[in-house]
Design a protein around this ligand. Structure first.
Ligand code: FES
Length: 119
């Protein structure tokens, strides 16, 4: 009965979901879910582009921070940031993928323009 145990990971804001084995990294789960977690280093804690934010309620559902995360994220860990390539999923969890910085910049610019147009 049952088959191997599995956990569900939901990636916000898109809500893309993956069902994976416990112990799978968030990066692998994101790939499976086709969620836009970015990586340049290929998952060796080198690029820090795979940062995701984890709500307080879900923090204990991931593996303890790795030495690399402790070193590279420092105080950001307390704010719920994790490196997707390092953090492993232990139980069902929801994580937040930060907006692409380029898209964020474009959006800010558009908002500024809209504001200027008001004057
Ligand atoms: S993928 Fe590069 S630090 Fe995680």
């Amino acid at each position: 009965m049952g088959g191997p145990p599995s956990v569900k990971v939901v990636f916000l804001p898109g809500g893309r979901t993956a069902v994976v084995r416990p112990g799978t990294t968030l990066l692998d789960a994101a790939r499976r879910a086709k969620a836009p977690v970015r990586t340049r280093c290929g998952g060796v804690a080198g690029c820090l582009m795979c940062k995701v934010a984890v709500d307080e309620a879900f923090r204990d559902r991931l593996s303890e921070p790795s030495d690399a995360e402790l070193r590279k994220l420092g105080p950001l860990l307390q704010q719920g940031m994790r490196l997707a390539c390092q953090a492993k999923v232990c139980r069902d969890a929801v994580v937040q993928v930060p907006e692409d910085p380029l898209k964020a910049a474009v959006r800010k610019k558009l908002a500024e323009q809209a504001e200027e147009d008001l004057w």
